[in-house]
Design a protein around this ligand. Structure first.
Ligand SMILES: O=C[C@H](O)COP(=O)(O)O
Length: 290
């Protein structure tokens, strides 16, 4: 068997021929039936603790990243019954700054890597960037799947590259971003999810929040379905991260609702669910205070 066949055989174990209109109908049904029961302050608090608080600006400076981290430190004890965010997410060259500034307990350092956000660079560069981020303090690495390989159906190189980056992560968790806005169809999103899962992803993440359309509930539904089926077949639980354009409490509760309905309560905590966002945290706090 050639190694290309190996990847085709993996796909055959899953239902990958999905109709976009069926997925849209399913999501509509879930939100109509279940959103209201999750739209409460306890869920807002859980969501706050699932945030990967993100700054990914071309203009970010060391001083700004330091101040950004201090805000997370200052949060401790401000709301005694609200846990801090899950992680601070920055460009890899700022891992060291966050590591030095961070005093808040339990908050992880997440770094985008691997030629983020395009993923268009040499595999060797992606590996080196990842290894440097980890050496500088990253607990979590967010990379973008190589969409060029995916669209070329070059599944072998696609999966091997993720696997090599996973090794460079050592003990750090690897999140694989599918860039669902570029993949467009539910079938593509399902296939990209499966390849990422079998290449060692610890989390599947929807989007970079750059250039392409960000997260969608339909993409979340497909990715969570892949995670569920994969967990059933292999016994390995992989997390889900929604990111890109998630701003309001209502947006966040909708993603929580999809995760809960597809994956269940076991996934509704920051070990298995994250929301990557630069603008959500204060909105959630405002709704918690009201
Ligand atoms: O990974 C996180 C995203 O880049 C955040 O996107 P956002 O700025 O739309 O919240």
């Amino acid at each position: 068997m050639t190694s290309t066949n190996k990847y085709i055989d993996i796909l055959k174990q899953y239902k990958t021929a999905l109709k976009d209109e069926d997925i849209a109908a399913k999501v509509k049904e879930i939100i109509a039936g279940k959103f209201a029961e999750n739209n409460n302050v306890e869920v807002y608090k859980t969501l706050y603790s699932c945030i990967d608080l993100t700054t990914l600006n071309t203009t970010d400076t060391k001083e700004e990243v330091w101040k950004f981290t201090e805000k997370v430190n200052d949060f401790e004890g401000t709301y005694p019954d609200v846990n801090n965010v899950a992680a601070i997410c920055v460009f890899p060259n700022f891992a060291e700054v966050v590591k030095e500034a961070l005093t808040a307990q339990g908050v992880k350092i997440a770094c985008v890597s691997g030629g983020f956000p395009s993923s268009q660079t040499f595999t060797e560069v992606k590996i080196a960037e990842t290894a440097l981020a980890v050496a500088n303090g990253a607990d979590e690495i967010d990379i973008v799947l190589n969409l060029g390989f995916f669209l070329d159906e070059n599944y072998e190189e696609l999966c091997e590259e993720i696997d090599e980056i996973k090794h460079a992560c050592r003990d750090a968790h690897l999140k694989v971003i599918l860039e669902t806005g570029a993949l467009k169809t539910a079938s593509n999103i399902m296939k990209a999810s499966i390849f990422s899962l079998y290449s060692g992803a610890d989390f599947l993440k929807t989007s970079t929040g750059k250039v392409y359309e960000g997260a969608s509930l339909e993409a979340a539904y497909v990715m969570c379905t892949a995670i569920k089926e994969y967990a059933k077949k292999t016994g390995r639980k992989v997390g889900f991260k929604a990111s890109g354009g998630i701003v309001t409490t209502e947006d966040a509760v909708k993603y929580y609702t999809v995760v809960k309905e597809v994956l269940g309560d076991e996934w509704c905590n920051n070990e298995y669910f994250r929301v990557g966002a630069s603008r959500l945290a204060n909105n959630l706090l405002d709704t918690i205070k009201d």
